[in-house]
Design a protein around this ligand. Structure first.
Ligand code: FAD
Ligand code: ZN
Length: 485
C-alpha cells in the first residue's frame, strides 16, 4: 500500500552516546580530520543563501574512503545523523544540518585526488572532494573536455554535483551530471563500501544502481569517487548574442540552430531586457552590445572539433537567415575569446545583478522546451496579478526547458515584506508548472527548501517508491535527515 510506508525517523541519541561516538570518530580520522571549534564549524552549517542556520556536533573531514566507511559505521552503530557536504553551494539547504546540534557534517573536501585519467577511454576517475573547475582543468590537460559547467564551479565539488544531479549551461549538448557518470564508489548507510567504479559505456548487468545515488542529495549514502565521461575538446567555439523578435521566435531559432549546425549548439540561454538592464546597471565592466534596446535576447554558442572556418560560417549563415525570416532583430557575433567572455558575463551576472534590486523570489523550473514561451507569458501574468509591481526576470537555459523564473521586488517596496510572500508566490508559479507537466526543481534539487513541494506535486506512488528505497538502504534514517523525502 502506497501510504503504508513511512520514512525512517531517528531518535536523538543521548549526550553520552554522542560523546562516545565522537571519540571513536576522532580516532579514525586523526587530528587533521575533525573539529568541534564553533568558528571553524560556522561556515559549514549555514547555507550560501543564508537561509538555513544549523548546528553540528562535529565537522569531520575524512582523508580517504576507508575513513568515510569507518565514520559512517560508527554513526550507524550509534544512530548519529550524517550530513554529507562538498562545497556547500547548495541553493536549497541540502548541505547543512538541522538546528539540534546532534548531527555531524561529513565534509569530503580533503578527498580531492584525481585517481586516474584514461584519455583513450575518454574517462576520468576522481574523488568526491575534487572541485569542479579543477576537474575541468585536469581533463583539459589530457586534451579532453569535462563539460559540466556552472557558476559555482570554482567551489562546488564533484560529489555535490553528482548528489544534486547538477545541470548548468551545457545540458543541451552533454546532458545533466547524471549523464556524465559511468561508475561510482559509495559508502552505504551501514558503513560498507560499494565499489561500482566501472569505466564501461555498455554494462547491462541488472539495475543501474549508480543512478540511485545521483540526485539523492546525500540521503542514501556518501559518494566517495566517480568515473566521469570525457569528450573531445572543441577546437572552435563561436558565441553570439542576438535580440529575438519574441519568445516564440527564440524557440524557432533554437530549432534552426540545431538543424543548421548539425546539433552543435552547446548553449542557448535566454535573457530578458530587464536582466540586461540590471546587469549593465550593477555589474562593472558590462554594457549592452547592441545599439537599441529589445525585449528578449538569446546567447547562442556553437562548438565544434573542426578547427577550420566552417563553424563561424554556420553561425553567420544561421543568423543571416534568421534575420531574413524575422526571428532575429539584431545581434553580435563575438570576434574573439575576449568578446565571447564579455557576452557570457552578461548572462552569468544575472543572479548577482538581481541582488542589487532588492529581494528576489526564486523559481528553478522546467517545462517541455516547446512550452517555454507559454510558461513565461502565463507565469508573468500570474505574478504581476499577485504582487502588483513585482518584476519577473525569467532567464536561463531555455535550450533545455529550464527557466530561472526569479521575481524581483517592486522598486522601493519593503524587502522583508516582499520576501514574506516567497511561499505564496512559489505556490502560484509551481501550480502552473505542475499544470503544464513541468518540474518545480529543474536542476537545484529539493533539500529542505522544496520538501513540501515534492510531497505536493509528485504522485503518491512516486513518494512511496522513494520512501521504500530510503527505508531499504537507510533503515535508521541517519543519512541527511529532513532532506528530500
Ligand atoms: P553541497 O552544497 O555541499 O551539497 C549539495 C547536496 O549534495 C547536499 O544535499 C549534500 O548533502 C549532498 N552531498 C554533497 N556531497 C556529497 C557526497 N560526496 N555524497 C553524498 N551526498 C553529498 N546548480 C545547477 O545545477 N546548475 C547551475 O547552473 C547552478 N549554478 C549555481 C550558481 C551559484 C552561484 C551557486 C551558489 C549555486 C549554483 N548551483 C547550480 C547549485 C549548486 O552549486 C549545485 O547544486 C552543486 O552541484 C552543489 O555542489 P556542492 O559541492 O557545493 O554540494
Ligand atoms: Zn542554472
Amino acid at each position: 500500500m502506497a501510504g503504508a510506508i513511512t520514512e525512517p525517523t531517528l531518535a536523538a541519541p543521548s549526550a553520552p552516546v554522542i560523546d562516545a561516538a565522537l571519540g571513536r570518530i576522532r580516532a579514525i580520522v586523526g587530528d587533521r580530520g575533525w573539529t568541534t571549534d564553533p568558528g571553524e564549524i560556522a561556515p559549514h552549517v549555514i547555507d550560501q543563501r543564508d537561509r538555513y542556520h544549523g548546528a553540528a556536533a562535529m565537522l569531520v573531514k575524512p582523508a580517504d574512503t576507508a575513513q568515510v566507511a569507518a565514520v559512517v559505521g560508527v554513526c550507524a552503530d550509534q544512530g548519529i545523523a550524517i550530513v554529507p557536504q562538498g562545497g556547500n553551494t547548495s541553493v536549497c539547504g541540502g548541505s547543512v544540518p538541522g538546528t539540534g546540534g546532534d548531527e555531524i557534517v561529513l565534509n569530503l573536501s580533503r578527498m580531492n585526488r584525481v585517481r586516474d585519467i584514461d584519455p583513450a577511454n575518454y574517462t576520468l576517475c576522481a574523488e568526491a572532494g575534487c572541485i569542479l573547475a579543477d576537474l575541468q582543468a585536469a581533463a583539459a590537460e589530457a586534451d579532453r573536455l569535462f563539460p559540466l559547467s556552472l557558476a559555482a564551479e570554482g567551489s562546488c565539488e564533484i560529489g555535490g554535483n553528482l548528489s544534486t544531479n547538477a545541470g548548468g549551461i551545457n545540458v543541451l549538448r552533454y546532458g545533466m551530471a547524471r549523464d556524465l557518470v559511468l561508475g561510482l564508489e559509495v559508502v552505504l548507510p551501514d558503513g560498507t563500501v560499494w565499489d561500482g567504479l566501472r569505466a564501461l559505456r555498455k554494462d547491462n548487468t541488472g539495475y543501474d544502481l549508480k543512478q540511485l545515488f545521483i540526485g539523492a542529495e546525500g540521503t542514501l549514502g556518501v559518494i566517495t569517487a566517480a568515473v566521469l565521461k570525457l569528450f573531445p575538446i572543441p577546437r572552435v567555439v563561436t558565441t553570439a548574442l542576438v535580440a529575438v523578435a519574441g519568445l516564440d521566435e527564440a524557440l524557432t531559432l533554437l530549432s534552426c540552430a540545431r538543424s543548421a549546425s548539425g546539433d552543435q549548439v552547446s548553449a542557448f540561454e535566454l535573457l530578458p531586457r530587464i536582466a540586461l538592464d540590471f546587469v549593465c546597471a550593477h555589474v562593472p565592466g558590462t554594457r549592452d552590445p547592441l545599439a537599441k534596446p529589445h525585449d528578449h535576447y538569446v546567447l547562442i554558442e556553437l562548438s565544434s572539433g573542426d578547427p577550420g572556418p566552417a563553424l563561424a560560417e554556420t553561425m553567420e549563415r544561421l543568423l543571416g537567415q534568421a534575420v531574413e525570416d524575422g526571428l532575429v532583430l539584431d545581434g553580435v557575433i563575438a570576434a574573439n575569446t575576449g568578446q565571447s567572455r564579455d557576452l557570457w558575463k552578461l548572462r552569468d551576472s544575472c543572479s548577482e545583478a538581481q541582488k542589487h534590486e532588492g529581494g528576489s523570489i526564486k523559481h528553478d523550473v522546467s517545462v517541455a522546451v516547446s512550452r517555454v514561451p507559454e510558461f513565461i507569458r502565463r507565469a508573468t501574468a500570474l505574478v504581476e496579478a499577485a504582487i502588483p509591481g513585482a518584476r519577473p526576470v525569467p532567464f536561463g537555459h531555455v535550450g533545455d526547458g529550464n527557466i530561472h523564473f526569479n521575481v524581483s521586488q517592486p522598486p522601493g517596496a519593503d524587502k522583508a515584506e516582499f520576501l514574506d510572500q516567497w511561499d505564496a508566490l512559489n505556490r502560484i508559479v509551481h501550480d502552473l508548472v505542475h499544470e503544464m507537466g513541468g518540474s518545480f526543481s529543474a536542476e537545484h534539487g529539493v533539500g529542505q527548501l522544496k520538501r513540501d513541494d515534492l510531497a505536493r506535486y509528485r504522485p503518491a506512488i512516486e513518494l512511496a517508491l522513494m520512501r521504500r528505497i530510503k527505508t531499504a538502504l537507510d533503515p535508521r534514517g541517519i543519512m541527511n535527515p529532513g532532506k528530500v523525502v
